[in-house]
Design a protein around this ligand. Structure first.
Ligand SMILES: Nc1ncnc2c1ncn2[C@@H]1O[C@H](COP(=O)(O)OP(=O)(O)OP(=O)(O)O)[C@@H](O)[C@H]1O
Ligand SMILES: [Mg+2]
Length: 320
């Protein structure tokens, strides 16, 4: 397990948000990569930027890291300007770049120790290598590591200096299921220790699993934001279905349900109620069944998934 005493909260001494973007725009040779983007990552929060290829996720993260200058708008990271105040900011943030960024000839363990040596109070590199399943690869040169090992080493480098805020650009891209789980556990441990995380992903289950707040972007603009459950509820028409003997009298059920919910017998013995299916709706239906001495079978609630929301908003598919 990664969860443990080794990471620490560096966030408690400040009231500034971890990241604050206001009306940020970036254009590359006429291509608008980021278009009036604004969001806030609170302290000790994990925020996932979710979007299809080319949506502007990496550009946004690079502006936060101080690698790319915004054309207009304001970027504040731990209250600082990531470009003009990068010297102050650098020791306080951890950066995991999309596709690595490494010293190709050096050995995995040496590389992590080198990065750790830049910090006043680093995590124990050997402990971190162990957490990320890299102990066997300690003496392997970076370029000989498998893609997944390189990815995990990049993550280790991002957090070894005990940053207050970590940027993870597609941290689990190309990882197998087991390695992905390790990374998820690590992100969870960081959050519990008060570290703020801005991560990007294409993976809906990852965003749902890890993030307190999701920001869905497309063409450099926010198309929706909120918690996973807020997003799947927004304007969502759900559906409750059940099977029971045909020809039941539904007027009492109709009266018991809130306004706008109407039970219908769609085909003989097959009943449905459309609307946002809150837990209380289920209670009403099952109480009515009990009063009627009717056993409802195949009771099923169909809910919108994050994937449906995403498709509605962007017309594009996310990778699963
Ligand atoms: N250095 C650059 N020069 C020119 N265009 C760029 C540059 N960096 C990004 N772009 C363009 O900006 C847009 C956003 O790219 P970005 O890399 O931010 O997207 P992304 O959401 O990270 O995509 P992916 O999911 O593929 O990583 C794309 O159209 C891309 O081609
Ligand atoms: Mg990217």
């Amino acid at each position: 397990m990664i969860a443990g005493a080794q990471t620490r909260s560096g966030a408690s001494n400040s009231t500034q948000p971890a990241v604050q973007l206001t009306d940020v725009t970036k254009t590359y040779d006429g291509t608008v990569a980021v278009d009036g983007l604004g969001f806030t990552v609170e302290r000790a929060q994990v925020l996932a930027l979710l979007g299809p290829n080319g949506a502007g996720k990496t550009t946004t993260v690079e502006m936060c890291e101080g690698f790319v200058a915004p054309e207009s708008g304001s970027v504040r990271v731990l209250g600082l300007d990531p470009i003009t105040q990068s010297a102050q900011l650098r020791p306080r943030i951890g950066v995991m770049l999309q596709g690595g960024g490494a010293y190709p000839g050096s050995k995995a363990g040496e590389m992590l120790k080198l990065v750790a040596s830049y910090s006043n109070d680093p995590l124990d590199p050997d402990w971190l290598l162990d957490c990320l399943g890299l102990t066997q690869a300690t003496k392997t040169p970076y370029r000989r590591l498998s893609g997944g090992q390189q990815q995990r080493l990049a993550l280790a480098c991002a957090i070894v200096g005990r940053p207050e805020l970590v940027f993870l650009d597609e941290p689990t891209a190309g990882l197998d299921a087991q390695a992905r789980l390790l990374v998820w556990e690590l992100v969870d441990a960081l959050r519990r220790d008060g570290v703020s995380v801005l991560l990007t992903t294409h993976l809906m289950d990852e965003a749902e699993q890890l993030a307190d707040e999701l920001v869905i972007i497309d063409n450099g603009k926010i198309v929706a934001s909120g918690t996973a459950s807020e997003l799947t509820k927004q304007g969502a028409e759900g559906r409750l279905r059940f099977s029971a003997p045909a020809g039941l009298e539904l007027s009492l059920l109709d009266a018991a349900l809130p306004a706008g919910y109407h039970p219908v017998e769609e085909s003989a013995g097959s009943y449905a109620i459309e609307g946002v299916i809150e837990p209380s709706i289920l209670v009403t239906v099952t109480s009515w069944c009990a009063e009627q001495n009717v056993l409802a079978t195949e009771l099923q609630v169909d809910q919108r998934r994050l994937e449906d929301v995403f498709l509605e908003l962007t017309g594009r598919e996310l990778r699963k």
